[in-house]
Design a protein around this ligand. Structure first.
Ligand code: ASP
Ligand code: MG
Length: 241
């Protein structure tokens, strides 16, 4: 039995259909007898739309309230995915970052995770539940909701994997792994089977959108093995270790 953290990005959960597809993959993994934590991003363009919505109300909003608003996108995904898993007769529970004990500093819109109180997460896993956690968000010691910066769900996944000492953190996205160039633009780009944390750090800091930079830093620091792969195929992606 392994402890696996899976992260699904916004494109992987963009529609009800896709959420049901992800639920199938999650249930299949659970049936292989693993403990499973799933971290989700907001559906499709939800975060962009929430930002636009706030701009219509107040072009210079209080960051605390902006964070509270943005955090709702991931909560929607978490609740829907847990319900989709339940519809397939597996037990699943959805958590906000608050419920998951993901504690950050007070820097709204780019907060850093300081620690994770894993007690409640472990309780659910030990009850045999699949735990679905809303990515991209945290809570300050004063109970304000924060967000981790755009693309921050990766960081949630890797930090949770580090805190739980997970065997692997699988990052599901709309490309099949890390390529020598963006395969959506350069068709002859090659997929890399395996790269080091340092190589990935370099790619992330050059602005490659494959992984949040902070996620790679945490993975390197806590030696969390990462597998970047596509949610649309079963093919192996890129291993970062
Ligand atoms: N939904 C957030 C964003 O669009 C976080 C994420 O996708 O990882 O930036
Ligand atoms: Mg997103």
């Amino acid at each position: 039995m392994a402890l696996i953290v899976q992260k699904y990005g916004g494109s992987s959960v963009a529609t009800p259909q896709r959420i049901k597809k992800i639920a199938e993959r999650v249930v299949k993994t659970k049936k292989e007898n693993h403990k499973l934590v799933v971290v989700v991003s907001a559906m499709g363009d939800t975060t962009d739309n929430l930002i636009k919505l706030m701009e219509k109300i107040n072009p210079d909003p209080p960051k605390r309230e902006l964070d509270l608003l943005l955090s709702t996108g991931e909560v929607v995904s978490a609740a829907l995915l847990a319900a989709a898993i339940s519809a397939k007769d597996e037990k699943a529970v959805a958590f906000t970052a608050y419920q998951g004990g993901i504690i950050t500093d007070e820097i709204h819109t780019k907060a850093r995770i300081q620690r994770i109180n894993t007690r409640k997460i472990l309780e659910e896993l030990n009850r045999g539940n699949i735990l679905v956690i809303a990515g991209f968000q945290g809570v300050t010691p004063n109970d304000a909701i924060t967000t981790l910066g755009r693309g921050g769900s990766d960081t949630t996944a890797v930090a949770v994997a580090a805190a739980l000492k997970a065997d692997i953190c699988e990052i599901y996205t709309d490309v099949e792994g890390v390529f020598t160039a963006d395969p959506r633009i350069v068709p002859q780009a090659r997929k890399l089977k395996k790269i080091s944390y340092d190589e990935m750090l370099e790619l992330a800091s050059l602005g490659t959108k494959v992984l949040h930079l902070r996620a790679v830093e945490i993975a390197k620091k806590f030696k969390v093995p990462l597998h970047i792969r596509s949610s649309f195929t079963d093919r192996e992606g890129t291993l970062i270790c």
